[in-house]
Write a protein that binds this ligand. Structure first.
Ligand code: HEM
Length: 512
């Protein structure tokens, strides 16, 4: 045997020996160190921990986090998940690893409804998402656009105040939840689609169906092989609703295409703005070519409607409920507004910057009642070790914003109470870098509609409490008002809020 052959054989033997040694001794050890999972409740075969979530999962996970800690493992059917339940844990996930958790999982309903995730909310974290996000934040949701849509908010809120004034005269009990939902729906449809009513189409019903289906618990998202059978009928329902909605969106877009050049008096809406980008590459920063077509436009429009409507309406509903439960806070708020605008006119948007107490009321409402208690679902993009725990690629990340905002270590022992004064020396800016209260999420995927949402929510609350005094009906005392929650696409009141308005502005100079 030549010396070269001997060297080759020796090298091969040494390599094989080292390889087996490392397999035997090193890897198992590394495994035990690096692959430590966060603690969590024991799980069952196939369904994992799905059976323990109950009807109010945010509260179930809140109490489980007391047992298992702020970073907890769960098994949701076949999907491994981690639950983040403290601001400190959320911060350590986001500060250095935001990009790793910036993905959304592929959910069956969202895939069908948003045209294969061509919108913003359910799209994967990739260059398409970055381009669409930039388009939305700069062209639809910028500060100047929030201003531009002011007249729509005014018009729709004036109509609401007028109808409540009539109800007040007649001493009627008003379904406040319904009234608020209607006005926010009208504002959103007008701003996004250009019209809030269609003679022959029940647009509201359709969008409510979309929201219910996207928010529904679909077994196929957790036990994928069940998807083929569609046992709950959700996939079929999603396809039906998407088809019906698609026809409506097509009609709305065509209507806009026909009138854009002829009707100059029409308010510009999101459809008009998006149509100016049709057939254009919206990704100028890289070699990617993301040309916007009708399908992209429909997916983005649908996201805007679904993301903005129930979130804003539900926040207003919770704020009014808390104000009715806390007459002291209601009086402080009414005094603040009245001191600024007097009692002869309605609130105008320009007044809002002077209402510090109103800001505190809204911050406190969003802290106690974050409408998306788990934000939108996130998915881990790669294997990663955080705080000593191994998190596998594709693990579902559930951020329990509800628990985080009620942490007594951060918010003191009265964390469960509604107390706007806690914000006297603490201003939240929701820019994604504060973690104690995260109703709009955090990091790259945080809500892009924050300014629009805060403007609508603040103005609506200010108008409703400035124009009217409110009393609970049926001898319900403030402390007895039912505050039960219902979990769905957002957490809203289990029962509608009812109240009796009485008009409080002086004179008749305010409304025609
Ligand atoms: C009080 C009202 C609102 C609340 C509480 C709220 C809350 C949220 C939350 C928690 C998320 C998920 C963030 C995350 O994963 O970290 C989100 C995402 C989103 N929101 Fe909002 N939102 C509100 C209003 C709006 C409005 C008015 C719009 C736009 C018209 C909007 C558009 C969106 C979109 C498009 C996303 C997806 C962002 C992405 O995945 O990149 N939201 N919102």
């Amino acid at each position: 045997m030549s010396s070269a052959a001997i060297t080759t054989v020796l090298a091969f033997l040494i390599f094989t020996f080292t390889y087996f040694l490392s397999k035997l001794f090193l890897h198992p050890k590394q495994k035990t160190i690096n692959h430590k999972k966060p603690p969590g409740p024991p799980s069952l075969p196939i369904i994992g921990n799905l059976h323990i979530l109950g009807t109010l999962p945010h509260r179930t996970l809140q109490s489980l986090s007391k047992q298992y800690g702020p970073i907890m493992s769960l098994q949701l059917g076949q999907v491994p998940a981690i639950v983040i339940s403290s601001s400190k844990a959320a911060e350590s996930f986001v500060k250095t690893h935001d990009i790793v958790f910036a993905n959304r999982p592929e959910l069956v309903g969202a895939q069908i409804m948003s045209y294969g995730c061509k919108g913003l909310a359910f799209s994967k974290y990739d260059s398409y998402w970055r381009s669409v996000r930039k388009l939305c934040t700069s062209k639809l949701l910028s500060a100047s656009k929030v201003e531009m849509f002011g007249p729509i908010r005014k018009e729709k809120l004036d109509v609401l105040v007028k109808s409540l004034e009539k109800a007040a005269l007649e001493g009627e009990v008003v379904n406040v939840s319904e009234a608020v939902e209607n006005v926010i729906e009208d504002i959103v449809y007008k701003m996004v689609l250009g019209r809030s009513k269609y003679d022959h189409i029940d647009l509201k019903r359709l969008v409510q169906d979309v929201m219910a289906l996207i928010g529904a618990f679909n077994m196929a998202d957790y036990v994928p092989w069940l998807g083929t059978f569609d046992l709950q009928g959700l996939t079929r329902a999603c396809k039906r609703t998407n088809k019906a909605l698609d026809e409506v969106l097509e009609m709305i877009i065509s209507e806009h295409e026909q009138t854009t050049n002829t009707d100059k008096t029409r308010h510009e809406d999101f459809v008009d703005i998006l149509l100016t980008f049709k057939h254009q590459n919206i990704d100028h920063g890289s070699e990617q070519n993301h040309v916007i077509d009708r399908t992209n436009i429909k997916a983005i429009l649908l996201d805007m409607v679904v993301a903005s409507f129930s979130t804003s309406a539900t926040t207003i509903e919770w704020a009014l409920s808390e104000l009715l439960r806390h007459p002291r806070v209601m009086k402080n708020l009414q005094d603040e507004i009245q001191n600024e605008v007097g009692n002869k006119r309605m609130v105008e948007e320009k007044d809002l910057k002077n209402f510090n107490y109103l800001d505190m009321v809204v911050d406190e409402t969003l802290r106690l009642h974050p409408v998306s208690p788990f934000l939108l679902p996130r998915e881990c993009r790669e294997n990663i070790t955080i705080d000593g725990y191994f998190v596998k690629e594709k693990t579902r990340v559930i951020v329990n914003a509800f628990t985080i905002a009620r942490d007594p270590n951060v918010w003191s022992e009265n964390a469960e109470e509604f107390c706007p004064e806690r914000f006297i020396n603490k201003k939240l800016n929701y820019e994604g870098q504060e973690f104690e209260s995260i109703p709009f999420g955090f990091g790259r995927r945080r809500c892009p509609g924050i300014q629009l949402a805060l403007r609508t929510v603040r103005l609506s609350i200010a108008q409703l409490v400035h124009c009217f005094n409110w009393k609970l009906p049926y001898n319900i005392s403030p402390s007895n008002l039912n505050m039960d929650e219902k979990f769905g696409q957002s957490i809203h009141r289990a029962q509608h809020l009812h109240a009796i308005p009485s008009y409080r502005l002086a004179g008749d100079g305010k409304l025609e």
